[in-house]
Design a protein. Structure first.
Length: 599
């Protein structure tokens, strides 16, 4: 990905209100000049998370999380720095410029086409929603969905709609909006064989949103006619703006709750997911017409510490639950399984028994190992050698998916207790079945050995430069008149001074813009922490900081002159005498400047 130009980063920073941004994730309350709330990066009851509107950074006194608006989005959304800039640029309406001279991404042909199709799908979703809610043609579909217990509020939230029975209507409607034939032909809204015919007709429509909340695809439920000739659900295929295997239905709505609860529910379809949300269980999502994929698990992995599976109680649903358990465990995420009662799926349970009953079933979800063993007991008798052997081989696949050797050993114990098997015999069978059972051993140790553990210390030199960050452009200007980056030896001081120098040159001197020019993430956090916790002490020594750096610079220069004098004095060459005289003069001048500096 091309580097984003600094001026674009600064523009996005300037147009982003950090209080409004953070408030989208965390309730904040103003106390003094700063705003406070509970930290979103660790669990706490007493607010220790501080946000400065003036300095445009956040800092948690509990866990040390800190940084600029870009750091906040990066850490909350689990994305890269460049992606955080693009994320905020979109919210701020800023067209980005890239440092290598590339055109702004907004003008990139592929990105532009994606945006145009998102706009098209948003328009179509709004039209279908209107046809469902406000027209006679959609009344039967509205009656159906309301009989399923779905409220007007939920219909509005998910923009559920109705596609007309007349297959020609949508093409005619969109053609009047000046869309080209080629654009519509490739939109996925029309039949490939018969381009004038809508892909969805006479169906209850479910817009599919991407994680940013843009409509990117559609799903349609069959309601009437010959069921043998039409699939119950018809879904958009992969499109330039949509990949069903890496998208989750309702993830845009569920993400804040997933982040807060640190858990997510995977359910089978649109209606089940909507039912959960209507019942206040807003951390539910659903795959889109396909089996659960690794990409979909990775979407939630950074937010959720546990995945709860809510699949149909029939054979296919239980088979899907087993497969999903193994996938979750291979990604290092524990799983639980909801065993539905009182109806085949959550939508029926909500309708028949109400929200509280569904909530109780979620709270009573079984741990994955308990669930799998209960299903094995239904398949293989525990009082026969063959039953024990088959159950063991089946359960070994689950044990093998675990990343912890301790968990593997505990689950082997659980299998042996359930089926009355000697543990050593079970262990031998497990090892013989899969000799490579330690795939994840030492992974953490290797990661720690390769990590850069260098700590950043607040040296006297760095403290002096840091004082400029805590102050204002006027102070840095004063410092800059007396020293340059060449006068510094501490590498962090050099990095910080260079960043401030660039900001001053561009007329955008602030803590926020300085942080944007620091590539070292740990150093950025160190700066924010130092300014947050020591700014008073730093500002008390503003003048002293300049004196210290100036004196250090002079002493370094004097030592260089002394070394040169010593080198030339050893030579008896006549041509060196004039140079020695000049060096002696320089040394006297430096001695005078140093001796007359006020302490």
């Amino acid at each position: 990905m091309a580097l984003i130009a600094r001026e674009s980063i600064d523009e996005v920073s300037a147009k982003t209100d950090i209080i409004s941004l953070v408030s989208e994730y965390v309730p904040l309350e103003q106390r003094g000049s700063n705003w406070w709330g509970c930290c979103p990066f660790h669990n706490e009851k007493t607010p220790s998370f501080s946000v400065s509107q003036e300095k445009k950074f956040f800092y948690c006194f509990g866990c040390g999380a800190s940084g600029s608006v870009f750091d906040f989005v990066k850490d909350m959304e689990k994305i890269s720095f460049s992606e955080s800039v693009e994320f905020l640029a979109k919210k701020a309406g800023v067209s980005l410029i890239y440092a290598d001279g590339a055109a702004p991404r907004k003008d990139d042909s592929a990105m532009k086409l994606k945006d145009e199709y998102k706009s098209l799908y948003t328009r179509v979703a709004g039209t279908f929603h209107y046809l469902l809610m406000e027209t006679q043609a959609g009344k039967f579909a509205l009656d159906y969905i309301k009989k399923r217990g779905i409220t007007d509020e939920t219909l509005e939230k998910f923009k559920i709609g109705y596609s007309p029975a007349d297959r020609k209507w949508l093409r005619q409607f969109l053609s009047k909006k000046n869309y080209t034939d080629e654009f519509l032909d490739n939109s996925g809204l029309f039949s490939k064989k018969y381009p004038d015919s809508a892909f969805f007709s006479d169906r209850l429509m479910f817009p599919i949103f991407d994680k940013e909340g843009d409509v990117v695809a559609m799903g349609g439920r069959f309601l009437r006619g010959n069921a043998d000739k039409s699939p119950k659900y018809l879904n958009s295929g992969d499109l330039i703006q949509y990949k069903k295997g890496s998208t989750l239905y309702a993830f845009n709505f569920a993400r804040p709750s997933i982040r807060e609860k640190k858990k997510v529910i995977f359910c089978e379809g649109y209606m089940d997911c909507i039912a959960y949300h209507q019942c206040g269980i807003t951390w539910a999502v659903a795959p889109l017409g396909t089996s659960l994929t690794d990409e979909q698990i990775l979407l939630v992995k950074n937010f959720a510490e546990e995945i709860i599976l809510s699949f149909d109680s029939d054979g296919a649903g239980q088979k899907a639950a087993r497969r999903a358990i193994l996938m979750c465990r291979r990604h290092g995420i524990p799983a639980r399984v909801i065993q539905t009662e009182g109806g085949k799926d959550p939508a029926e349970i909500m309708l028949n028994f109400g929200p509280e009953y569904l909530t109780n079933q979620v709270n009573g979800a079984k741990v994955d190992s308990d669930y799998l063993l209960s299903k094995l007991l239904e398949l293989y008798p525990k009082d026969t050698p063959l039953g024990k052997a088959k159950a063991s081989l089946d359960f070994f696949e689950y044990i093998d998916s675990l990343q912890s050797e301790v968990q593997k050993d505990a689950c082997l114990d659980q299998l042996c207790q359930t089926y009355g098997i000697e543990k050593e015999a079970a262990r031998r069978d497990f090892v013989n079945r899969n000799a490579v059972s330690y795939r994840f051993r030492n992974a953490r140790a290797q990661q720690e050995n390769t990590a850069d553990s260098e700590s950043i210390k607040l040296s006297a030199e760095l403290k002096a430069v840091m004082a400029a960050v805590a102050e204002d452009p006027g102070f840095f200007q004063k410092m800059h008149e007396q020293i340059s980056v060449d006068d510094l030896s501490d590498r962090y001081s050099v990095q910080l001074f260079a960043a401030m120098e660039e900001c001053q040159k561009n007329g955008s001197f602030s803590i926020e813009t300085i942080l944007n020019r620091i590539d070292d993430e740990e150093f950025r956090k160190f700066i924010v922490q130092s300014v947050s916790t020591c700014s008073g002490k730093l500002q008390e020594s503003v003048e002293g900081s300049i004196r210290y750096l100036k004196k250090k610079s002079l002493e370094t220069k004097r030592q260089a002159v002394k070394d040169r004098i010593a080198s030339l004095s050893a030579s008896a060459l006549p041509e060196d005498k004039m140079q020695l005289a000049e060096l002696a003069r320089q040394k006297m001048e430096l001695d005078f400047q140093i001796e007359n500096m006020k302490d």
